[in-house]
Design a protein around this ligand. Structure first.
Ligand SMILES: [Zn+2]
Length: 414
């Protein structure tokens, strides 16, 4: 019996570390913002690795970068693996880069092994996933799936006043292909979890079945400012007290619901904000997330009902304003099941998981069957230089991707 095919783990880890050295300042801080000089250097390194295995390089107008292994029936759409290589400010080396370099590694391994795919396989690096310099995040994959126009994306003004279009032109990564021209047969994104669940529960692989929906709301409570010493408790209209009741309500609601809902009051402000004055006004934000749209709506409605009750009980008029709302994204169940099956065959502990963070895969899911694979992040730390996944876990994840991609080449999606 021949040994099952495995990626070259040393080559993968070496490239992750090498790419992780590009964009460091004199203090060693890593920052590779979209369409910056550092991004150009990172892209150059990626392109040189793609060229070393003779991939067909394609760049679209918003700078999304593809390396295609033109094998099998080249008239067919490619199986695509990818992520992004831009980073946040003071970043770690794994977020995004791991998925791109693993896609490359999978192609290189298959190519070396003499594997004959029935259709092309592509690796993708999408522009500006982090959204730090050019908002919104996932700007490249959003334009790729037609969620924004190419012109709109290119006209986006960055934090430094420059446009994405001009900056892509300047660094030499403004391609001429219309975004979305290269449509994937299906898409898989391998990524570090960026949360503590897999590590905490002792799983090696997360078969990501969804990306949770997000609801951001602002609550403003009107009370009556009055003397803290002379106003009896019964006669108060205390906006601060009402605000505090919202915080505990949310924790109790989530605790009762026995669901993966998470609720956070991340900001709160009182007026006049004085030690001896009853707050006349309180402003707070509610961040509510759930992988299920109905449950997310139920959570929003429950909060709304509670606020009407609170308004009467405390005598404090309350207004609610929606700041942002994203529906959850469900990934393709056939690919999620394939990830689980591959993990099982490899003797790995895996579980289905919802992503708490946004990823390019949620955009690609609009146009093609898509899913993600997670590997553990130590202590769940991400967007930080302390972000870490042990090399063995990185290689394990890439081997899962290898088998998933090999299977997807044969898969039919209708
Ligand atoms: Zn990422």
């Amino acid at each position: 019996m021949s040994e099952p095919l495995t990626v070259n783990g040393n080559r993968l880890v070496r490239r992750i570390e090498e790419l992780g050295q590009i964009g460091r300042d004199e203090n060693g801080t890593l920052t590779r913002l979209a369409a910056s000089d550092a991004d150009k250097q990172g892209r150059d390194a990626l392109v040189s690795w793609m060229k070393s295995i003779e991939l067909d390089i394609r760049i679209d107008r918003v700078g999304n970068l593809f390396g295609i292994w033109q094998q099998g029936d080249v008239s067919l759409s490619p199986v695509m693996a990818g992520s992004h290589i831009d980073t946040v400010i003071n970043a770690g080396i794994y977020d995004g880069c791991y998925g791109v370099l693993s896609g490359l590694e999978v192609i290189e391994t298959l190519r070396e092994s003499g594997f004959a795919p029935a259709r092309p396989i592509a690796v993708a690096a999408f522009t500006g996933e982090e959204g730090v310099r050019f908002a919104p995040d996932m700007i490249g994959s959003l334009a790729y799936v037609g969620g924004s126009s190419c012109e709109q994306a290119l006209a986006t003004v960055g934090t430094d006043g420059k446009t994405l279009g001009d900056e892509l032109m300047r660094i030499g990564y403004a391609g001429d292909m219309a975004p979305g021209t290269l449509r994937p047969h299906c898409y898989v994104e391998l990524h570090i979890e960026q949360g503590p669940v897999l590590e905490h529960e002792g799983f090696q692989i997360g078969a990501v079945e969804s990306i949770q929906g997000i609801s951001w709301q602002r609550v403003v409570i009107e009370g009556q400012a009055n003397h803290a010493g002379t106003t009896p408790m019964k006669l108060r209209r205390d906006a601060g007290l009402a605000a505090a009741r919202i915080v505990t309500y949310l924790r109790d609601y989530v605790g009762r619901s026995n669901s993966p809902t998470v609720a956070t009051v991340g900001t709160m402000r009182f007026e006049p904000n004085a030690i001896n004055v009853i707050p006349s006004r309180a402003m707070l934000t509610v961040d509510l997330r759930d992988p299920d749209e109905i449950r997310l709506q139920t959570g929003e409605n429950a909060l709304c009902d509670f606020l009407s009750k609170l308004e009467k009980e405390e005598g404090t008029p309350i207004s609610l304003e929606r700041l942002a709302r994203f529906e959850p994204v469900n990934f393709d169940d056939r690919i999620v099941a394939l990830v689980e099956q591959v993990a099982r065959e490899m003797g790995l502990k895996s579980r289905r998981i919802a992503s708490g963070a946004g990823h390019d895969a949620q955009m690609i899911a609009r146009i093609a069957p898509a899913a993600m694979i997670f590997v553990p992040s130590i202590n769940g730390i991400s967007h930080s230089p302390d972000e870490f996944t042990p090399p063995d876990d990185l290689v394990t994840g890439a081997n899962v991707l290898l088998r998933v991609v090999s299977n997807l080449v044969k898969a039919e999606f209708n």
